[in-house]
Design a protein around this ligand. Structure first.
Ligand code: NDP
Ligand SMILES: Nc1nc(O)c(N)c(N[C@@H]2O[C@H](COP(=O)(O)O)[C@@H](O)[C@H]2O)n1
Length: 218
């Protein structure tokens, strides 16, 4: 692992067929027990990252609620700074530390809108967000551990550049199907299995009908 970036854990709940949301964006795959596990994990990391589609579709809080513990910093990857001011993330930015990562593509008007809220804006990249550069900037801010909570497009962004250390996937007892449903990993994917990162199964935990798989990069 490079020293210049935080420790990165990719986290998601999938159906048995590897989807993280249906075609309509329904994504509640975890059980209550698994959500408690997730919130416990959230309380142990310095920051959570999600993509802008996840904010648009889920309107998440990304806080610790099902257990006691500190809220991590919330980081949204949103090149053009299009996040809605009505989103829970923006509306609670006075209570939970929040960073919006943008690129040079952001318009002045979007930047001005974001600057009205108590959020930090980090510019990292010319077009899309340069994740490697962003991680370096987060490292400079003493952020040592990050939980990446999707969606599929963001997951691919971390996987394709080999910018993660661990993978924690809950396999939920559902079958979703549909070529337009969101997969754990979107994007172009690898052309050969030999291009995949090598993963070592660290643990399997059974939570009734859910299985929590924890893989580490070899
Ligand atoms: N079951 C689960 O565990 C989870 C399910 N989900 C589900 O996933 C779905 C959303 O996933 P998805 O549509 O893939 O979108 P994402 O949430 O992954 O967001 C993708 C967007 O992030 C922006 N982005 C900024 N920088 C980058 C970068 N370097 N690499 C990739 N993307 C970047 C892009 O928009 P731009 O170019 O404009 O910046 C891109 O379109 C939702 O339905 C949600 O419910 C999400 C998380 C967990
Ligand atoms: N681990 C996991 N299981 C699921 O079933 C999920 N739907 C998700 N989604 C991620 O968690 C966010 C919601 O967080 P809040 O409950 O609003 O705090 C969601 O936006 C995804 O990032 N994860």
């Amino acid at each position: 692992m490079e020293k210049s970036r935080p420790y990165v854990i990719l986290s998601a709940a999938t159906s048995i067929d590897g989807k993280i949301a249906t075609v309509t964006g329904d994504s509640k795959l975890s059980s209550k027990q698994d959500s408690i596990r997730l919130h416990n994990l959230r309380s142990k990391v310095d920051a959570i990252i999600v993509g802008k589609n996840t904010v648009l579709i889920d309107d998440p809080m990304l806080t610790v609620r099902y257990t006691r513990g500190k809220n991590p910093i919330r980081i949204i990857l949103d090149s053009k700074g299009t996040i809605s001011k009505n989103s829970k993330i923006i509306q609670t930015s006075n209570k939970v530390p929040t960073i919006i990562a943008v690129s040079n593509q952001i318009s002045k008007s979007n930047l001005d809108k974001l600057k009205k809220f108590p959020i930090e804006i980090i510019v990292a990249g010319k077009n899309s967000i340069n994740i490697k550069l962003l991680l370096r900037k987060l490292s400079d801010k003493k952020i040592k551990s990050i939980l990446v909570e999707g969606g599929g497009t963001i997951n691919w962004g971390f996987i394709k550049y080999d910018l993660f250390d661990e993978l924690i996937i809950t396999i939920s007892p559902f079958l979703i199907g549909g070529k337009n449903a969101v997969s754990l990993i979107e994007g172009n994917g690898f052309r050969k299995i030999s291009n995949s990162p090598n993963l070592r199964l660290k643990s399997i935990k059974r939570l009734k009908n859910h299985l929590v798989l924890n893989y580490a990069k070899v």
